[in-house]
Each structure stands twice: as structure tokens, then as C-alpha cells.
Design a protein around this ligand. Structure first.
Ligand code: SAM
Length: 242
């Protein structure tokens, strides 16, 4: 008898655990050239404010190295360098996402790789970030363990991700915008409505603020805390390695 494979969420669907990575990769391959434009339209520009908040929380310094995980078109690494960081490496599993955002800054390096198995030695970076990446990853706890491993002692990790909205009126408007408008925008701009349905559904399936904090603790991060952005539409989680 064939052994049945473990299932995992892919948006509101369940798929075999060994299929999610490929499905996610197909999505980002198909939207990569319009990814930045869609981010601006679908978030009405808010993603820029949230990313700036992340950078403000990090407060980059001229001796700090950053690893931005699932860095895509590189917004976080570019902001980090603009705000005075020393160097920024971006790792993403999807080559097309990286190439579509490639910067000429020689202090930004690009790595194609899976954050569940980082090709990086222990205790390497002062700061590590992940923005809107964690929910797309198959084994998130494994990714958090890897992040902890490559962070230097004394280093800080910050995750920006969509979260649980804490205001009923905002939640109603946000659901309307998310389920009715964003997939249609996705169809017009990227010709891939399904990709944006997945991205919206995956937000609803992602752990809430407290559950994500517990996952940080499970991966040994200390001084774990979070702050809500725009009534919890997104949140920033921070943890330290000592
Ligand atoms: C929604 S995009 C976020 C991009 C960028 N961080 C931003 O905030 O605009 C998610 C990214 O996660 C990447 N990704 C998904 N699974 C990954 C994995 N296992 N390892 C590394 N990157 C991954 C995707 O290729 C994609 O570029």
C-alpha cells in the first residue's frame, strides 16, 4: 500500500507537503515582473510604510550586516543600505524575483536558495529580516531554526507579515478589498487571478500574532515581542539571539 503524504495548507486548499514549494515557486515566477506594481496597488502603497517601520525598528548602523530572507525584489535590503547599513545579502528561492529587483549596489549580494536549509555558516549576520515571506514557506519552524542558527549572538531578527486585524470595521473593509478587488487587480496586471487568490487566502491561514510569537520562542529567540501595523493588517515580530 502506498504511504499517504502529509497535507499542508496552500491558501484554503490542502496539498501534499512535497508540492507546496513548487506551487509557490510557480506563483512567483508568473508574477515576478509585475510584483512591485501589484504590491503598490494591492496595498494602496501601505507596504512601503510597513517596510519603513521594519527598518526603523532595526535602526541600521554602519557596522551591521543584514540577511534578508525571501527577499524577492529587494525592498528591505535597499532600504537597509539607504539607512546606513554596512552590507545586505538577499536570499530567495526564486531567481526571477531576485533578477527583477536587482540593484547595482555592490554591497547588496544575491543568493538563490531555500531558507529551510540556508547555505550559510553559523553566527554570520548582525540582523536578519523576512518580509511577507514566512507564510509562503513549507516548514516555517525549520526556517526559524535556520535563521536563529545563522544570526550572530547579540543579533536581532525581525519578521514583517500579514496578521490578524483587531478592528471589526477595518476587518470588513479589508476582507472586501482582499477577496473582491485584489484577485481582479491580479488578473488585470499579471493575468494570474489564482496567484492573488492564493496570496490572500494564505494570509488568512497564517498564525496570528501570539501563535507566531510562540514559534519564535520555540526556535530559541529571546525578548520576543510584536507590534501591530494598521490595526493588525500586518505586524512586526522581533526576537534576539543571545
Ligand atoms: C510575497 S514575496 C516577498 C518579497 C519581499 N520580501 C517583499 O517584501 O516584497 C515572498 C517571497 O518568498 C520567496 N520564498 C518562498 N519560499 C521560499 C523559501 N523556501 N526560501 C526562500 N525564499 C522563499 C518567494 O520566492 C518570494 O520571492
Amino acid at each position: 500500500m502506498r504511504k499517504s503524504l502529509k497535507k499542508i495548507d496552500f491558501g484554503f486548499k490542502k496539498v501534499n507537503i512535497n508540492k507546496k514549494e513548487e506551487l509557490v515557486n510557480n506563483i512567483f515566477n508568473s508574477v515576478s515582473s509585475k510584483y512591485d506594481l501589484m504590491n503598490d496597488l494591492s496595498s494602496l502603497g501601505f507596504h512601503r510604510l510597513w517596510k519603513q517601520e521594519l527598518i526603523n525598528w532595526i535602526a541600521p548602523q554602519s557596522n551591521q550586516s543584514l540577511l534578508d530572507i525571501a527577499g524577492g525584489t529587494g525592498d528591505i535590503a535597499k532600504l537597509f543600505m539607504k539607512s546606513g547599513g554596512f552590507s545586505a545579502d538577499i536570499i530567495d528561492i526564486n531567481y526571477n524575483m531576485l533578477i527583477n529587483g536587482k540593484s547595482n549596489n555592490p554591497k547588496i549580494r544575491y543568493i538563490v536558495g531555500n531558507c529551510e536549509k540556508l547555505p550559510i555558516k553559523n553566527d554570520t549576520y548582525d540582523r536578519i529580516t523576512i518580509a511577507f515571506g514566512l507564510r509562503n514557506i513549507t516548514n516555517r519552524q525549520l526556517a526559524l531554526n535556520e535563521i536563529y542558527r545563522v544570526l550572530k549572538p547579540g543579533g536581532r531578527f525581525i519578521c514583517l507579515e500579514f496578521s490578524l486585524v483587531n478592528d471589526n470595521i477595518i476587518k470588513k473593509l479589508y476582507d472586501l478589498w482582499s477577496f473582491k478587488i485584489i484577485p481582479k487587480l491580479g488578473k488585470i496586471i499579471t493575468n494570474n487571478e489564482e496567484a492573488y487568490k492564493y496570496l490572500i487566502e494564505s494570509i488568512r491561514m497564517f498564525p496570528d500574532q501570539d501563535e507566531l510569537s510562540l514559534m519564535f520562542v520555540k526556535s530559541k529567540f529571546e525578548r520576543v515581542k510584536y507590534k501591530n501595523l494598521s490595526q493588525g493588517i500586518a505586524s512586526l515580530h522581533s526576537g534576539w539571539k543571545f
